[in-house]
Design a protein around this ligand. Structure first.
Ligand SMILES: NC(=O)c1ccc[n+]([C@@H]2O[C@H](COP(=O)([O-])OP(=O)(O)OC[C@H]3O[C@@H](n4cnc5c(N)ncnc54)[C@H](O)[C@@H]3O)[C@@H](O)[C@H]2O)c1
Length: 255
């Protein structure tokens, strides 16, 4: 029996990268899965690659109405919602001197407010499910160990972790069976990583520099993050809430 038999999962940011790898892993474990992303065209392509009965829901995480429509669509299609993975996110480099207001607002809207709206939209459906539920929010190694050129990203992700832990405490105190945990990837080979590599003048040097930020000497793969998300979403983590799980080859403790 799969680890997620009977579960219904909504995974955001699932047009590619970590979200899509997570959706695929969840399907392997018997979940019914809805994938969501603001990029509807790429999302449709992603749904086709999954070769399964997935629901593809267009979603802009910065809009409450969009969130409500997505959760309603999942419940209409699958009858319930028991797992939410907040994978949608952006990362644009800027240090404190060069950061623009626009970039700051965009990071907070997508990486922080978007997760808050998602948790609020999912909670009533999860409470109605009558099953143990889980929320997994994708933070970053950079929320444990900030980097100078990731000012807005670090701020948004660190705020999101604090919010996730407050939510974990609330649900635990109220005896509401929703666990909330965060996963902290290091550099992972996804479209987001490729955009950083493409900005560099010397591709090989940029790849080597990312690899060097991890004591294990390489960058990670989306499938390796999906395994950690699966653990936190499943009954294997039934007594784990408010945790921060790094998936970064030791990057957060590098010397
Ligand atoms: N790749 C890495 O190195 C890395 C490292 C640490 C953390 N992360 C985090 O992992 C998560 C997944 O990133 P990824 O690496 O797969 O990148 P990605 O760029 O492939 O995926 C992010 C997805 O979020 C979607 N998105 C952006 N804005 C959105 C919005 N307003 N509403 C809905 N969807 C939106 C994008 O269309 C994209 O498909 C992100 O939260 C990212 O911050 C990634």
């Amino acid at each position: 029996m799969g680890l997620l038999e009977g579960d219904v999962a909504l995974v955001t940011g699932a047009a590619g990268g970590i979200g899509l790898a997570t959706a695929r892993r969840f399907l392997d474990e018997g979940a019914r899965v809805a994938i969501a992303d603001v990029d509807a065209a790429r999302l449709a392509g992603a749904a086709e690659t999954l070769r399964a009965d997935v629901l593809a829901v267009p979603l802009d995480v910065t809009a409450r109405a969009s969130w409500q429509a997505a959760v309603d669509a999942v419940v209409d299609r699958f009858g319930t919602l028991t797992i939410l993975v907040n994978g949608a996110g952006i990362s644009e480099p800027a240090d404190i001197e060069t950061l623009s207001d626009d970039a700051w607002e965009r990071h907070l809207a997508i990486n922080l407010s978007g997760v808050m709206y998602g948790m609020q939209a999912a909670t009533p459906a999860m409470k109605a499910s009558g099953r143990p539920c889980a929320i997994v929010n994708i933070a970053s190694m950079l929320s444990m160990r900030p980097g100078a050129i990731f000012t807005a990203y670090c701020a948004s992700k660190t705020g999101m972790v604090a919010m996730s832990q407050a939510a974990a405490l609330h649900f635990a105190h109220a005896r509401i069976p929703i666990r909330v945990n965060t996963v902290h990837p290091g550099a992972i080979r996804t479209p987001m990583y490729e955009r950083y590599i493409a900005m560099a003048e010397d591709r090989a040097a940029a790849e080597a520099s990312f690899a060097a930020t991890h004591p294990m000497g390489r960058v990670g793969e989306a499938e390796e993050v999906a395994e950690a998300i699966l653990f936190l979403a499943s009954r294997l983590a039934s007594f784990t809430t408010g945790a921060q799980l790094p998936v970064d080859g030791g990057g957060h403790i590098r010397d």
